[in-house]
Design a protein around this ligand. Sequence first.
Ligand SMILES: [Zn+2]
Length: 149
Amino acid sequence: MSTAAPDFSFAWDWVLAAARQAAEAGEVPIGAVLFQGTTLIARDRNRVEALQDPTAHAELLCISSACSHLQSRYLTDGLLMVSVEPCPMCAYAISLARIPRVTAALPEPKTGFSSRYGLSFGFDFSISEAAPQAELQQLMQRFFQRLRC
Ligand SMILES: [Zn+2]
């Protein structure tokens, strides 16, 4: 019997798929999945354009959906995996939900709570090298290139 920590790296495929769906829908291509323990409890993507809601970030939608599903405002056994480092709004929401661990595929120097603002909210944050960083980076670059045209 193994006592090693569970490996969630398989779930990066789902994060990537969600980010691609966002790109296809004309949204900033960010996807997220949320586990409670080892159970996938939410998967979502940015929906700012679709909902015309500036707060409809992938992370917030995952938290909202997971809390509603579990009928709990705390996700103390949670792991959030997101394609890009969360913004300060999402990072604060993560701390309100008491999610202990967050891992991102890419740092976000323009809006990231840590890279840009140097904030920390008490949860463990890491950049995952197991993530499909090149693909996700390419999605982001293509999206912002299109905006500039
Ligand atoms: Zn955000």
